[in-house]
Design a protein around this ligand. Sequence first.
Ligand code: TMP
Length: 212
Amino acid sequence: MKHGKFITFEGGEGAGKTTQAKRLCTALEAQGIETLLTREPGGTFGAEAIRDLVLSGIDDRWSGMTELLLMYAARVDHVEKLIKPALERGVWVVSDRFSDSTVAYQGYARGVDLKNINSVHDAVMGGFGPDVTFLFDIDPVLALKRVETRGEELSRFDKEALDFHKTIRAAFQSIAEGDPERFVMLDAAASRDEIFGAIKSGMLDKFSGLNL
Ligand code: TMP
């Protein structure tokens, strides 16, 4: 039985999700709500090992289908060992990416048939999914500049051409339009405080009785 809430942050690279996810957890904790901040691919020992496999190495190391299966191998480990047990204890889980990223990256950008993605998802996740998803929408030209200035090693996805990142942006917009009940769209080019203000109001709309 799920007692906590499951919140996901989605968007392209350099959209500022990670910073805002931390800030949301801090705000929830200040209200006495226990939180768990996690990420995909990753979050557990096994899923982090799969993350290294999938994010590093040469560009065409994996086909879209192999990436899909690696993402779901990591996701099953993450959900079964970390996310579901936390939710059962009443913890609110904030995940930096979840299954919408698979639809955007492996589906829209890599060309894996969305029907196959949905079949894998249904087979291994059943009806499990987020209560609310915040979409960080930003022009990839701006976002990729942020990624470059971070000075971190670039992943196989960061290194993709601008057209790939444009496809990802359009993909997320269309996924969000298809599920307006769950998604809150954010202008990720706005200031950090403005973005956090929009996240707070999305949380208050979604969870009645919450005080942030
Ligand atoms: P990030 O955690 O720094 O955003 O890096 C994760 C990368 O993995 C990002 O480029 C998106 C990609 N990814 C997929 O391609 N499919 C997925 O299902 C997930 C969760 C991430």
